[in-house]
Design a protein. Structure first.
Length: 352
């Protein structure tokens, strides 16, 4: 079965010079995929011609006359640029013409436009950003929320845990993924009132056999791989993510500097190049590019804004896999089972 993915080709720091080469390379490895390239048509076709891919039957172009820049305010992205490549790519998902959308654009704008166009799923109060981080078991640790919701209540964190569990189960083939609640200690008495209340909800789900709640975890457990999923509010999650990115850059720079310090250290690097190559591969952030915007009535994936073509290809792959493994349908089913139905606050929002 062919799976169509819409690509916001104008998003991110580099636009078509990254998104189109990534799209072409992805198609070469995935015969079941078709990609819809959205953006300024003349620019997209020029890039396709340059790469000799203008006749690729699994690539189509949809024109969008506007571009959401990385520093556009939400009001501009949401209300003024109604024909932006970001919005058109998301609307293709809403219309059923694409199974998922990928964008490297402004995160806040992407979340706002996605929520406005697609709406949240019944039972979900707030969408969350979920991404993966490496751990010492050479497996991914899924973490959410990473910045969409700075202030959360217990039922929000509870919903994040449910959505994360469905995603990991579908993407990793784990029947009952373990869930850890990020805290300042593992003891039940630790944490603020929101975390304590969340733990109570998750323990009740664990006792009913619907979620596999491990308990409280600390920051170092993310990289130990103690649990498959780590749940936290968006403030903590975003600070953690940015700290990890900064540490990774520092580690790479320090390692490079030290190995170049003297002929002896350079010789040591030569002897250890195999191990260093494996280390670089395991910790390469490109392997973890592509964050899911969970809780929407459609699949949307966020690539890092500064991603190169190699990294952007991983974001497309994650979107494709989510569509292939029916993540959206599984989310709908599990949320309907676990969440008490409440009136959808977005049903009354005007779509004009």
């Amino acid at each position: 079965m062919t799976i169509k993915i819409s690509i916001d080709c104008m998003g991110g720091d580099h636009g078509p010079s990254v998104t189109i080469p990534a799209a072409i390379k992805f198609l070469a490895t995935q015969p079941e995929a078709e990609l819809i390239l959205v953006g300024l048509e003349d620019e997209l076709r020029a890039e396709l011609k340059k790469l000799g891919a203008e006749a690729n039957p699994r690539l189509s172009v949809v024109h969008a006359s506007e571009v959401v820049t990385m520093d556009d305010p939400l009001e501009v992205a949401l209300r003024r640029k109604k024909d932006s490549s970001m919005r058109v790519a998301i609307e293709l998902v809403k219309e059923g013409k694409a199974k998922a959308c990928v964008s490297a654009g402004n995160t806040a704008a992407l979340m706002a436009v996605s929520r406005y166009v697609l709406k949240t799923m019944p039972g979900v109060d707030r969408p969350a950003i979920c991404s993966i981080l490496p751990n010492q078991k050479d497996k991914p640790t899924y973490m959410l929320d990473l910045g969409a919701n700075v202030d959360c209540e217990a039922h929000h964190l509870h919903q994040f845990a449910i959505m994360g569990s469905v995603l990991v189960s579908a993407m990793e083939g784990i029947a009952r993924p373990t869930i850890g609640l990020l805290n300042v200690g593992t003891e039940e008495i630790k944490g603020n009132e929101v975390v304590k209340a969340t733990a109570k909800l998750l323990r009740a789900d664990h006792e009913r056999g619907v979620l596999n709640f491990y308990g409280n975890v600390e920051g170092n457990d993310i990289f130990k791989g103690t649990t498959d999923i780590v749940v936290c509010d968006g403030f903590v999650g975003n600070v953690t993510l940015k700290a990890v990115e900064g540490l990774a850059r520092m580690f790479k720079n320090v390692l490079t500097t030290e190995f170049k310090r003297s002929p002896l250290t350079m010789l040591g690097a030569l002897f250890g190049r195999g191990a260093l190559g494996n280390l670089s591969k395991r910790l390469n952030p490109s392997r973890y590019n592509g964050a899911s915007l969970l809780g929407l009535r459609g699949l949307v994936f966020k690539s890092h804004g500064g991603a190169d073509a190699y990294s952007y290809e991983f974001a497309i792959k994650r979107a494709f896999d989510a569509a292939k493994y029916n993540v959206q349908e599984q989310l709908s089913t599990m949320i309907a089972e676990l969440m008490p139905r409440t009136p959808d606050p977005e049903e009354s929002v005007s779509t004009t």
